[in-house]
Design a protein around this ligand. Sequence first.
Ligand SMILES: N[C@@H](CCC(=O)N[C@@H](CS)C(=O)NCC(=O)O)C(=O)O
Length: 206
Amino acid sequence: MLTIWGRNNSTNVKKVLWCAEEIGLPYEWIPAGGSFGGTGDAAYRAMNPTGLVPTIRDGDFVLWESNAIVRYLASRYASGTLAPEWPTERAGADRWMDFASTSLAAPFRDVFWGLIRTPPEKRDMTAIHSGQEKCASVFAIADRALSTQPWFSGAAFGMGDIPLGCFAYAWFEMPIERPDLPHLAAWYSRLTEREAFRKTVMIGLS
Ligand SMILES: N[C@@H](CCC(=O)N[C@@H](CS)C(=O)NCC(=O)O)C(=O)O
């Protein structure tokens, strides 16, 4: 049985819950981190020394780092579907997963934390606007990629779509101005038709 630790309003935890739901894997979900706490406990730190979420245990195997977890679940339980088998397709999907973490996560955090998790009187609007501009540039790169392929994983939906999909939900839900990116909007609209996405990602912003 798979166990997933992490509060479900975290973008990184959403990646893992969504992936498990796409595969149809049964799992036990244990809220942890944020107001749920538990991540400072010795037992949790023994599994995940960073004290962050998510963490999974699958049988005897423990893993943390959200993209690594998505790759593991997809490769082990959905090889050839969520995890492309052909090296060039696999690398293409890997690239968009890494791109989400290395290019988008930092500016996204400034906008998301600023607007969703900070009271209006304490907001740093300069940082929020700067983050918004940077996110728009990053999403524009993603939009151009979708002009030649329907999914970030290639011809079919796969793990390459999962991290960007979690960020995209918040991007399209936040009360901000967004540039017109038609390929990204069409891709996002297709994601919203997926039951697993609606169940695990489209659950409100907090
Ligand atoms: N690189 C890590 C980052 C994990 C991370 O920053 N998790 C945040 C939530 S998104 C966290 O644990 N924050 C503290 C908490 O929730 O208690 C990953 O992708 O798993």
